[in-house]
Design a protein around this ligand. Structure first.
Ligand code: HEM
Ligand SMILES: Nc1nc2c(c(=O)[nH]1)N[C@H]1C(S)=C(S)[C@@H](COP(=O)(O)O)O[C@H]1N2
Ligand SMILES: [Mo]
Length: 429
């Protein structure tokens, strides 16, 4: 940067400075090839996020024709681990994409007709929705909730907006994307080749349609002196992206746990070697969960039964090695011992073809009860767990009893269970 001339400064005070022109942005990074390459990564990330997010949604809102079953036990651990890792990777990718493309904001004329107006409006939606989704998603993972709305409901709705606006954006820009991805990073962009002055991108030759980004005025060989090259910028973006992922996936990939400095949870830390999201104290169940008068209430077609913890232990314990896979991206495998839910259901006249509802001693909160579809009830590893890692369950892990089932979001692994109810079978047509 050169020192500003005093006269220019004085003039600047007299008259508000005029906004920049696209051609004022001379960095070689503001280039369609950079935008397209970062965009391809970000677009792929959005598709992966949409698919894995829908998996999470369907786990929590099962539809009869598209449900998940208990197998493989690590399924949700993988899909949600990928969702959160790719979500975190979006932070550097989104910043890089916005940085590379933002000079286009200053394009003149501001509007060139209704088509152009619609295109710009769609980009406003794309940028707003994606930025909102990434910022709130990451804050949620880091357990910061500076908002009053339901994160899950808003995140779900915005997911459709993000996907729709990405599809529209890629559709509109496809000709440019194809050319930009094929073009070598080292050369000058075809539009500026042979022209000393940067153009705003219209009237481009057929091989290089309007780009969405002003071509830089950079010389053919790369960046102006002291400026990052396109290659250098892309390498830095890739390294940052891999870096933030490597420093956070340890929350679910055990060998990387020592490096998980960016993760809010260390999957090795917690009572009985397992993290706790909601403590007994914060759930308000310390007294009811430790009360010797606690009984598990079983409701079924044959009536109601109440069982003490000793009676449950007397039913004979089964061992299952099943992960807790929190929706927020941490997960950890543990060894649980308890009674099979299908055996409990049979005690009150149900079968493994019945759906079940599980209720907690916790009086409020979204996770005080969960729905256990029949496919899970039938599974060998779906337990009302009484013990963890060879000890009685810690109070914070759900003492006196909690549900543990394979391939399920953590939010559905209800702790401090008070009641297991067999749901009336759906009437056959
Ligand atoms: C940018 C594109 C994204 C899309 C399309 C997307 C999509 C979704 C969808 C559809 C769900 C399921 C919501 C439901 O159960 O109703 C979900 C859940 C979730 N997403 Fe995303 N997501 C995106 C970005 C992110 C980011 C950047 C993060 C943060 C790293 C994130 C973190 C989460 C979390 C923690 C959940 C679980 C919420 C819960 O069940 O409590 N998402 N996502
Ligand atoms: N009753 C009740 N059960 C609950 C919750 C809760 O808030 N209330 N939190 C759930 C969430 S979000 C997770 S990830 C798991 C965590 O289990 P853990 O604390 O034993 O690791 O418990 C689930 N069970
Ligand atoms: Mo969770």
């Amino acid at each position: 940067m050169s020192t500003p001339e005093p006269r220019a400064a004085r003039r600047g005070r007299a008259r508000p400075p005029s906004p920049p022109r696209t051609a004022d942005f001379r960095s070689s990074v503001h280039d369609p090839r950079v935008v397209a390459r970062v965009g391809a990564l970000l677009g792929s990330a959005v598709v992966v996020l949409f698919v894995t997010g829908m998996v999470s949604h369907l786990h929590q809102h099962p539809v009869p024709w598209l449900g998940f079953g208990p197998s493989p036990s690590w399924g949700y651990r993988v899909t949600q681990g990928v969702h959160v890792a790719v979500g975190i990777a979006c932070v550097p990718l989104l910043l890089a994409k916005l940085y590379a493309a933002y000079p286009r904001l200053f394009e003149r004329p501001v509007l060139r007709g209704w088509r152009h107006a619609v295109e710009r409006a769609s980009i406003a939606v794309l940028v707003a929705a994606t930025t909102f989704q990434v910022v709130t998603g990451v804050l949620n993972v880091f357990q910061v909730y500076p908002w009053r709305f339901s994160f899950v409901a808003v995140h779900y709705a915005t997911a459709w907006v993000v996907l729709g606006s990405v599809v529209a954006h890629v559709g509109v820009k496809l000709p440019t994307i194809v050319v930009a991805l094929r073009a070598s990073l080292a050369d000058a962009w075809p539009e500026v080749a042979g022209s000393a002055r940067a153009t705003t991108g219209h009237g481009a030759p057929a091989t290089a349609p309007s780009t969405g980004v002003p071509p830089s005025g950079a010389p053919a060989a790369g960046a102006p002196e002291g400026e990052p090259t396109r290659r250098g910028f892309l390498a830095a973006v890739a390294a940052t992206t891999l870096g933030v992922v490597a420093l956070s996936v340890g929350q679910t990939v055990r060998p990387l746990a020592p490096f998980a400095v960016l993760a809010p949870r260390d999957p090795r830390v917690g009572p009985q070697g397992l993290p706790v999201n909601k403590t007994a104290r914060s759930a308000g169940v310390e007294d009811t969960a430790t009360d010797p008068a606690w009984r598990l209430v079983l409701d079924g077609p044959a009536g109601t039964r109440e069982l003490s913890r000793d009676e449950l232990l007397g039913l004979g314990l089964v061992t299952a090695v099943v992960p807790i896979a929190c929706v927020e991206g941490w997960s950890a495998t543990a060894t649980w011992q308890g009674v099979r839910v299908r055996d409990l259901v049979r005690l009150v006249g149900g079968t493994e073809r019945d759906d079940v509802r599980v209720e907690s001693l916790q009086e409020g909160g979204s996770y005080r009860e969960s729905f256990l579809p029949a496919a899970y009830v039938a599974a060998d590893d779906t337990l009302l767990a009484l013990r963890l890692s060879g000890e009685d369950l810690d109070l914070d892990h759900g003492y006196p009893a909690r549900v543990i089932a394979p391939n399920r979001p953590g939010v559905l692994q209800t702790k401090w269970v008070s009641r297991v109810a067999v749901l009336p079978a759906e009437k056959a047509a």
